[in-house]
Design a protein around this ligand. Structure first.
Ligand SMILES: Cc1ncc(COP(=O)(O)O)c(C=O)c1O
Length: 419
């Protein structure tokens, strides 16, 4: 069961900060249920990006004002991301084009420390960006890939298969924090501690979890964690956190003149400074929710923590409403956790299939009603293959804190006409 949240009373005020949320489509208001593919952005983020380009635009490291200001904005953004991820040291934060590119770079660098006989473990619940980069690196090194299987009944990780795969040959375990296809929150703390017990490194894909819950890399004890700001109300940019001693000791693929200290050695080429400014504003936007709703929270990390308490309560209540509503349609099957006593084990990302209609057809008929959902495999290809849902995949309905109970009602009414 869910705890009442105070956030719904403020949601209209929060929504007014997002220009896109007042958009119409064929004279109908748009209900955005496509957050898992990218969230909308508040005005403060748009302003931060345009302010950067208007006032501070420069490359890093030069002795003139705009360059110094750029260096300062990058430092501030790293501090904000360290607060967001619970990282002890802002120098452990590296920015890059997106999570996929950062993971390909990290996997290539780590892979050159592997050899035949070494093993890595990935999961069949993950987005492919946390699978194929590791598989390719293992293949180059002659290392073996093992899989954590998925339980089809509730789309959770099969931890017995994890135990069977884990051994003193395991060099790396890569697992997602939450599934972008079916919403499952994985028991990452447990997976990390089991991996550490055999001396393996861990890399966590927190892209899907980041807008839904507070991340604490120090408490988790992982070695690397990646996420993307465009999934938590920021612009299109990726973020990687790594443990200092590893980021310093592992050799990245980098250019000779580029810095060899942290974080520069992991940030190849010139970055999107305007998007880094936008990521900083996105973290501050979330912290501001905490500041308003729990004024006792002092400091950005505590404000983020307060914000996510409110966000979790609100999102669980939306998930409960949506799952109960979807359960009324006999021809729909919900993939993933549906038990209302287990809502804390999922984020409000819900995938369904229909007995006859293809996901894409339902998504496009919903779009005609101004209800934006997603259809396909969501790049969680190992999962849709395991569930035998290829090639059509699922209809994915994804919610974030700016979604409302009225929007869920609209979606269910529109679905009733279609299915
Ligand atoms: C869970 C998950 N991991 C990784 C990615 C890839 O992120 P990016 O687009 O930043 O490469 C996505 C994108 O949808 C995702 O949802």
């Amino acid at each position: 069961m869910t705890t009442p949240s105070t956030l719904p009373q403020y949601v209209d005020e929060l929504r007014r900060q997002f220009p896109a949320l007042s958009r119409t489509n064929h004279d109908k208001p748009v209900a955005f249920f496509d957050g898992p593919a990218g969230t909308q952005v508040p005005r403060s983020v748009i302003t931060a990006i345009s302010d950067y380009l208007t006032k501070h635009n420069a490359n890093c490291g030069a002795p003139f004002a705009t360059s110094r200001e750029t260096d300062g904005i990058l430092d501030e953004a790293r501090s904000a991301m360290a607060d967001m991820l619970g990282a002890p040291d802002p120098d452990e934060i590296a920015f890059g084009p997106n999570m996929t590119t950062l993971t390909l770079a990290l996997s290539r660098a780590l892979g050159r420390t592997w050899q035949p006989g070494d093993e890595i473990i990935v999961s069949r619940l993950d987005h492919d960006a946390n699978v194929t980069p590791w598989v390719l690196a293992a293949c180059d090194a002659g290392a073996t890939v093992r899989y954590i299987e998925v339980r089809p009944d509730d789309c959770t990780l099969d931890l017995d298969s994890f135990e069977a795969a884990l051994s003193d040959r395991t060099r790396l375990v890569a697992v997602g924090y939450a599934s972008n296809a079916v919403g499952t929150i994985n028991p990452v703390a447990h997976v990390i501690s089991r991996a550490r017990s055999v001396g393996a490194l861990t890399s966590i894909d927190a892209v899907h979890y980041a807008p839904h819950g507070l991340i604490d890399v120090a408490a988790l004890g992982c070695d690397f964690l990646v996420c993307s700001a465009y999934k938590f109300f920021g612009p299109h940019i990726g973020i990687m956190w790594g443990r200092r001693e590893l980021l310093e000791s592992i050799r990245p693929y980098k250019l000779r003149p580029s810095p060899d200290d942290l974080p520069g050695r992991w940030m190849t080429g010139t970055q999107s400074h305007e998007c880094i400014a936008g990521a900083l504003a996105a973290v501050d936007y979330i912290a501001d929710i905490g500041r308003r709703l729990q004024p006792a929270a002092a400091g950005r990390r505590d404000q983020l923590s307060a914000a996510f308490q409110e966000i979790v309560d609100h999102e669980q209540s939306l998930a409960q409403q949506l799952i109960a509503g979807l359960g009324q349609f006999d021809a729909l099957r919900i993939w993933g956790i549906t038990d209302t006593n287990r809502l804390h084990e999922r984020v409000p990302t819900v995938s369904v299939t229909h007995a006859r209609l293809k996901p894409r057809e339902i998504a496009s008929r919903l779009a005609d009603q101004g209800v934006f959902t997603w259809a396909g495999n969501h790049y969680a290809l190992p999962l849709t293959e395991t569930l035998r849902l290829e090639p059509e995949g699922t209809l994915r309905i994804g919610m974030v804190h700016y979604n409302t109970a009225d929007e869920v009602d609209r979606l269910l009414t529109a679905l009733a006409d279609i299915v």
